[in-house]
Design a protein around this ligand. Structure first.
Ligand SMILES: [Zn+2]
Length: 114
């Protein structure tokens, strides 16, 4: 079991990029990174079912095929993942202002460093 890195939302995108790039689990308030995929059962994927941009379908299909290496969640909803082949994918949908803040941070980490 890897130890969870405790970050804050003020840590800055590069700190998140470092954890994500190394596949390290992290937690910053309600923004979390975990290795592998998150189960969709018992509402484990939060509001992912409301996704309209295709990310939700891609996440579920990839998870079902054991193709998710790392998942970033806002509250319970996956907002980004790295496939086992190394590609990062992000959800483009709007959920809430706090999740948008999480998405902007993770997007900066992926676009600038991953
Ligand atoms: Zn979406």
């Amino acid at each position: 079991m890897s130890e969870i890195k405790n970050l804050t939302l003020r840590s800055g995108w590069s700190v998140f990029a470092s954890a994500m790039g190394h596949g390290e689990p992290f937690r910053a308030s309600n923004l979390r990174g975990t290795s592998g995929s998150v189960s969709d059962s018992f509402g484990g994927c939060g509001r992912l079912y409301t996704c309209r941009c295709g990310f939700g379908e891609l996440y579920r299909a990839s998870a079902a095929a054991d193709g998710v290496a790392y998942t970033v969640r806002s509250f319970h909803t996956p907002i980004a993942f790295r496939s086992v082949s190394g590609e990062w994918h992000m959800d483009k949908c709007h959920y809430s202002n706090r999740t948008t803040r999480h998405q902007n941070l993770i997007s900066a980490a992926i676009d600038r460093a991953l």
